[in-house]
Design a protein around this ligand. Structure first.
Ligand code: 5GP
Length: 193
């Protein structure tokens, strides 16, 4: 099997990393494919099983942990488990593509530790905690309680930024998209379009 690279994007919830990852996935010359995580949390809005996540029951998730089927997993929020299945990376590498991850800070660092030579780990930094709060409120996908939980976690996550290979500050989205593109294309050795 040809081994591709692993491109990790980690950030506090609401930093805009999902927007950056989606943008990079559209750039065909990068040959990226999204690592679909497994999660035990409930489906939100328009999310589709097998596209956004593999939605598993809590019991199934636990079973897969026991069977050592995860490359990494985390209880990102209380009772909400998220993880990368080993089969996901194998599936994407088998297609000759590179894997792009949208995962939490601990998961991202774990992947970097497991595959130090093959991983580019990028931390997306929100301009400030206040701005993060505004973005999460605007998104209207979580209750106030959940938003407060995400904000509390964000402060701890921000402290891990220096452990990543690169940091992209997302205060101006166009600039952040451009910078992320440059970092990834340089790492993969691809010339600008
Ligand atoms: P959300 O519930 O908003 O979709 O995701 C919550 C958090 O879980 C986000 O920070 C997201 O990046 C993270 N996450 C998603 N998939 C994974 C995964 O496979 N592993 C880890 N460690 N975190 C994940």
């Amino acid at each position: 099997m040809k081994q591709g690279k692993l491109i990790v994007f980690s950030a506090p919830s609401g930093s805009g990393k999902t927007t950056i990852v989606r943008h990079l996935l559209k750039q065909q010359e990068l040959d990226l494919e999204f690592s679909i995580s497994a999660t035990s949390r409930a489906k939100r809005g328009e999310e589709v099983h097998g596209k956004d996540y593999y939605f598993l029951s809590f019991e199934d998730f636990k079973k897969k942990i026991k069977n050592d089927e995860f490359l990494e997993w985390e209880e990102v929020y209380r009772d909400n488990f998220y993880g990368t299945l080993k089969t996901e990376v194998e599936r994407i590498w088998a297609k000759g593509k590179h894997v792009i991850f949208d995962i939490d800070v601990s998961g991202g660092l774990r992947i970097k530790r497991k595959f130090p030579e093959e991983t580019l780990a990028i931390f997306v930094k929100p301009p400030s905690i206040d701005e993060l709060k505004i973005r999460l409120k605007k998104r209207k996908t979580e209750s106030d309680d959940k938003i407060n939980m995400r904000i509390a976690k964000a402060s701890a996550e921000l402290a891990t930024a220096p452990l990543f290979d690169k940091i992209v500050v997302n205060d101006d989205l166009d600039k952040a998209l451009d910078e992320a593109y440059k970092l990834v294309s340089n790492y993969l050795g691809i010339d600008k379009k």
